[in-house]
Design a protein around this ligand. Structure first.
Ligand SMILES: [Fe+2]
Ligand SMILES: [Fe+2]
Length: 200
């Protein structure tokens, strides 16, 4: 019985969004667009971060898993929970900066903070998947695990996890397709410009 399997699955979707967000930002930087597509879509990424990564996933970690890990005797060598909580709050700070940058239309500030968020979250997820979660699997008793899984199920029902997953898998596909369309359109217009220039 694994207490961290659902959380690891959620990490995979978060990493997909982070990768996509980085590719959007990279496209804007590389192509120097008049209408930057990351800036125009940043609110959709932020909505995902708020609802899925923070409210849904981080809430499950903070309100449930970490509470179980703080019970004396569960983590024997060291306790990485305070560092994980610090990283969650740091991530929220980067998101606030992104929101402010959208308000003030500071495209560079938005990209810098999105990059910082992506870097932090990738490292954070790596630490959880490879250090914290295996520690939890070793330290939690079977009884604690089944009680924890019961709490996850209650949270999934309360927050309607099925609907959240569906919503954000659809959005992820949409954002992916939109980026591909933009890239193709840009490549084509660049090609046409080159052809006209060469003919001229
Ligand atoms: Fe976390
Ligand atoms: Fe996590």
């Amino acid at each position: 019985m694994l207490a961290t399997e659902d959380l690891m699955k959620e990490h995979q979707l978060i990493l997909k969004y982070i990768d996509l967000m980085e590719r959007y930002a990279e496209f804007d930087l590389k192509e120097d667009l008049i209408a930057p597509i990351f800036f125009e879509n940043a609110n959709r990424f932020i909505q995902f971060i708020h609802e899925f990564a923070d409210h849904f996933h981080h809430a499950k970690e903070e309100d449930i898993l970490f509470r179980y890990l703080e019970v004396p005797g569960v983590l024997t060598h060291c306790n990485p929970v305070p560092q994980m909580l610090f990283e969650h709050s740091k991530a929220r700070e980067f998101v606030r900066n992104m929101e402010n940058a959208i308000q003030t239309k500071e495209i560079n500030e938005l990209t810098v903070n999105a990059g910082e968020y992506a870097r932090l979250l990738k490292e954070h997820i790596y630490k959880e998947d490879n250090i914290l979660y295996p520690m939890a699997e070793r330290g939690l008793s079977d009884e604690a695990k089944s009680s924890l899984l019961k709490e996850y199920k209650e949270t999934d029902n309360r927050l309607d996890s099925h609907a959240i997953w569906l919503k954000y898998e659809i959005l992820c596909t949409e954002l992916e397709q939109q980026l591909n369309v933009q890239k193709e359109a840009f490549a084509k217009s660049g090609y046409e410009t080159r052809v006209i220039h060469e003919k001229g």
